[in-house]
Design a protein around this ligand. Structure first.
Ligand code: FES
Ligand SMILES: [Fe+2]
Length: 367
């Protein structure tokens, strides 16, 4: 039986794209509003070097590189002259020279050279605060310098040393990615028995007390179930019946992470490989209808497969999510009926809580 219903007022892609005063962007109800006052991941730190890279976040084009002293630099990727992409230019020391007419911008974004005029100019491109934290480079998309204490990555990510990471692109609103990650009943019904079990899908989550209004988390513990994929990664018997206990959190718009503990069910006093797993998803909205997803899977046991093999196995699983999310996103965007009702069950409660938290954050940004 459904436990709650929620009326969804549908919107059009045009209304989704309309900017509201105050910098917050509207989105159809039921989809996540873009939140600017947040840190977002834009790349794996080790992939950021002396080449110019680009990415779009919250509809804003960014260019980024590492300065000669190793500091990450993130600037607006539109030249202040005629808006050519600075990522198509080149580095001169720590400055970017535009590849069209040569205007040059230092690492703060100030224009320090323009042809036929002398000296520093009184214009430039926007500079974005950026910092390396964990495996990733984070950028502050809000006003001011941003507080590094607000980067949502848990410190525990450093405690689990073995693993692999990757990236997937989702052609849907970022809240749909969070709801996918917060409602793991789909592990069994979408991905099948190699990833989860029916017992797991039928065990409701219990909400955890949140440390603040940006956090939504739950715990779920399931006995007598097997999780083949993790076992295969770490060389254990995938048919073992285990108890899986997971804590799964979304922290504001930019992060979802989960701790998973595996214990034997058969009374044999031997460790499970792995007994601890951490999964972190950095969720970075590209636009209202597209989302970058940077992920890191970590285990307390060494992998017996290569990192590339493990990441490829996970990508195959995510390809199934992407297929669903792409169709779901398109159907929601195309659905112009009013009064459509979505019916929810206990496994939806964390996602519904997150919807409300994000709406509150968006409303606070409008003030
Ligand atoms: S567009 Fe960049 S210098 Fe002209
Ligand atoms: Fe999935």
């Amino acid at each position: 039986m459904p436990v709650s219903t929620e009326k969804i007022q549908t919107g059009t892609p045009e209304s989704a794209a309309r900017r509201k005063p105050g910098g917050t962007i509207s989105a159809p109800a039921g989809l996540g509003p873009l939140i600017r006052e947040a840190w977002y991941v834009i790349a794996a730190s080790e992939d950021v070097g002396r080449e110019l890279s680009s990415i779009t976040v919250l509809n804003e084009p960014l260019v980024f590189f590492r300065a000669e002293d190793g500091t990450p630099v993130v600037l607006d990727d539109r030249c202040a002259h005629r808006r050519f992409s600075l990522a198509k230019g080149h580095l001169k020391g720590d400055a970017i020279q535009c590849g069209y007419h040569g205007f040059t911008f230092d690492r703060t974004g100030a224009c320090v050279f323009a042809p036929a005029v002398s000296g520093k100019q009184n214009f430039g491109v926007r500079h974005y605060p950026a910092v390396d934290r964990g495996p990733w480079l984070w950028v502050w998309m809000g006003e001011g310098a941003g507080d590094r204490a607000d980067i949502p990555l848990p410190d525990e990510i450093e405690e689990v040393e073995h693993g692999f990471r990757g990236y997937t692109f989702n052609p849907c609103n970022y809240l749909m990615v969070h709801e996918n990650l917060l409602d793991l009943t789909h592990l069994y019904y979408l991905h099948g028995p190699s990833v989860s079990s029916e017992e797991y899908a039928n065990t409701p989550p219990k909400l955890l007390p949140a440390p603040d209004s940006r956090h939504v988390g739950y715990v779920r513990s399931v006995s007598g179930t097997s999780f083949k994929l993790q076992s295969i990664f770490c060389g254990a018997d995938g048919s073992l019946k285990l108890t899986r206990t997971e804590e799964n959190w979304s922290r504001g718009p930019a992060l979802n992470f989960g701790w998973i503990k595996f214990e034997r069910d058969d009374g044999i006093d031997e460790p499970v490989r792995p007994s601890r797993q951490m999964v972190v998803h950095a969720v970075t909205p590209q636009t209202e209808t597209s989302t970058h997803q940077f992920w890191s899977f970590r285990f307390n046991e060494p992998l017996v497969v290569s990192e590339d093999e493990a990441a490829d196995a996970i990508r195959k699983v995510f390809a199934e999510d992407i297929e669903v999310l792409a169709v779901q996103g398109r159907l929601i965007a195309e659905d112009t009926r009013t009064g459509v009702v979505e019916n929810s069950v206990p496994s939806d409660v964390p996602g519904l809580r997150l919807r409300r938290a994000l709406q509150r954050m968006a409303a606070a940004e409008k003030k």
